[in-house]
Design a protein around this ligand. Sequence first.
Ligand SMILES: Cc1cc2nc3c(=O)[nH]c(=O)nc-3n(C[C@H](O)[C@H](O)[C@H](O)COP(=O)(O)O)c2cc1C
Length: 295
Amino acid sequence: MASVGGFDEAVRDFLRVPTNAHIKNLASVYIANELAPIPLAAQLMGANPELMAAMAQEIESRGAHRIDLNCGCPSNTVTGKGAGSSLLQVPEFLHQIAKAMVKAVSIPVTIKMRSGYEDISLFKENLLAAQESGAHYITLHPRTKVDGYTPPARWDLIAEAKKILRIPLVGNGDILTVEDALKMLAMTHCDALMIGRGSIINPFIFHQIRAHFSKKPFRAEWQDLLNYFEVFLADVPPEVPVKVRISKLKQLMGFLFKGNARLLEKRQEILTAQPVDVQSYLDFALPLLKQGWVF
Ligand SMILES: Cc1cc2nc3c(=O)[nH]c(=O)nc-3n(C[C@H](O)[C@H](O)[C@H](O)COP(=O)(O)O)c2cc1C
């Protein structure tokens, strides 16, 4: 039986470090061994170099193997406070924050960035500012803040970044299949891949990519997908109200039903259903998923 996994490491969603941050309280949501044996990095988002450095130290003391700096979040709430993708507007500031974090810890600091804020006019400057800060590698999601998630991600910019940088580069954006992964590697020569939404649409994508390179066959079965739901639901704390539990499950189903044209046809139906509890939603959605899923 196959389990979800197959990736080398994962990164926790961003931890905001606001100006009134109580470092220890905020950091307590990060649990380094949550996915053990797979390492889980922490990601920090903020715009105050001293606080970001202090938080980086706190996260290191909690066992992180790597800390990532968020220079990509497009949310206006975040950018209004000068954090996330806002840092791409002033490369010197990006450099200052990243350097403060690098100096504060002994573990690798890495940077996740978009290609720019409004446009890509500071693309090269931002890459170099990130590199010169002492960051170990950069992950590039090649869309600007203004692009949001509008397709396509500009893989040509990953290829360009690879030529500019001497530190490793991780390519990210719109990898939905093994073929996409191979295409990005061939087109950009990036050093590694990061997959976000594609891994929710197809939780077995990492195993499938590995199977391609190892030439060992990989096969998932329906039971594997059922196990995936079990793990997902077990991860939602018991105090979470049923309504919220259902909405989380709907969100997951929304991704899974993007997997192919047959599932896409049913997506609206599973998103607009009004179940009374989790079990009745599963009883409704799982048979539809089973009919359309291709292993
Ligand atoms: C719901 C959602 C949450 C995200 N949260 C984060 C985050 O916390 N930190 C981050 O760097 N990127 C975050 N991203 C962006 C992804 O890491 C990734 O760069 C983007 O989705 C493009 O890659 P993909 O096409 O493989 O999904 C998020 C994206 C989505 C859709």
